[in-house]
Design a protein around this ligand. Structure first.
Ligand code: AMP
Length: 290
């Protein structure tokens, strides 16, 4: 298979896209921060189903990292990523420099998803979703794709991007892809590499505990706060530092109140916890998953 072309400037990116668009070809974008794993590759595979040309972006976006977070140490593995994207038949990789994406600097402008920015991950990561919306809007403007593909692992992000596309009338179809997991259930993540051997052995407990909560709800338990607390306590007793465990309407992110019947079509349990240096997040949608 031929290697994807590496595009480093907005101008190169626009020229590449324009050449295929002239031939009536559809373009799909898969935004990533690199250090690719099978979860990312599943997005590229999905992208092929919706477009003639697939472009992945690799950019570690400074504006979504808090001052104490891992921007400086986030794994940057371009050669390995490029090889994986070659195997996946990806046609181009957009690898912009900071100047290309933030011409006036990283403090000049933000897009803020006001209603959902403080929910779930936003509660402990101020500015995180504004950073994501801002960089994704920039990638959308630079590439002008017909389709963009995101993972359900970051379900809140997927939802916020869907809202952004609606609110700003962007002619881009957003596709969500299921979470790809390791054999023991741990959701694949670029940050799993931060786990020690002992931590890696414990890490699937997050998914197991979210599953236990889903099973309890499915068998009629409606004391949701108690179930969430129990999961958080179990994780804490095994050395995790839980951030949130939360049962929500998966489309609106509204908390499901204690005693309420589950919305038949749209429930998800969301969880985030630190384990050693890694922040793990996961979610399970259940009921009717449409
Ligand atoms: P990241 O490189 O972590 O910013 O992720 C880039 C894209 O890959 C996002 O749309 C993520 O939701 C998606 N992604 C990350 N991990 C997984 C996974 N385990 N399964 C499916 N999609 C994933």
């Amino acid at each position: 298979m031929s290697s994807p072309i590496h595009l480093e400037t907005r101008a190169d990116c626009s020229a590449w896209v324009a050449a295929y668009r002239q031939q009536q070809q559809k373009i799909a974008l898969v935004p990533t921060m690199g250090n690719l794993h099978a979860g990312h590759i599943s997005l590229v595979e999905e992208a092929h189903k919706h477009a003639d040309r697939v472009i992945a972006s690799i950019y570690v976006n400074p504006t979504q990292f808090g001052p104490k977070e891992d921007f400086a140490t986030y794994p940057r593995t371009l050669n390995a990523d490029s090889a994986k994207l070659t195997d996946a038949g990806c046609h181009a990789i957009f690898i912009p420099t900071q100047d290309q994406l933030y011409p006036l600097g990283t403090d000049d402008m933000r897009i803020i998803p006001t209603r959902l920015e403080h929910e779930l991950c936003g509660g402990s990561r101020p500015g995180f979703f504004a950073g994501i919306c801002t960089v994704v809007m920039k990638l959308f403007q630079a590439v002008q794709p017909d389709v963009a593909v995101f993972g359900e692992k970051d379900r809140q992000q997927l939802l916020i991007i869907q809202h952004m596309v609606q609110e700003f009338f962007l002619p881009i179809k957003i596709i969500g892809c299921p979470i790809v997991r390791e054999d023991d259930g741990l959701a694949m993540s670029s940050r799993n590499g931060y786990l020690s051997v002992e931590e890696r052995a414990k890490a699937p407990l997050l998914f197991q505990q979210l599953n236990a909560l889903v099973n309890a709800c499915s068998s009629g338990e409606t004391n949701y706060r108690k179930l969430e607390t129990k999961v958080a306590e179990t994780l804490a007793s095994e050395g995790f530092v839980p951030d949130y465990i939360s049962l929500r309407d998966k489309h609106t992110l509204q908390v499901i109140e204690d005693g309420a019947a589950l919305p038949a079509t749209a429930t998800a349990v969301f969880g985030a916890a630190a384990l050693g240096k890694a922040r793990l997040i996961d979610n399970i949608a259940f009921g009717d998953t449409s």
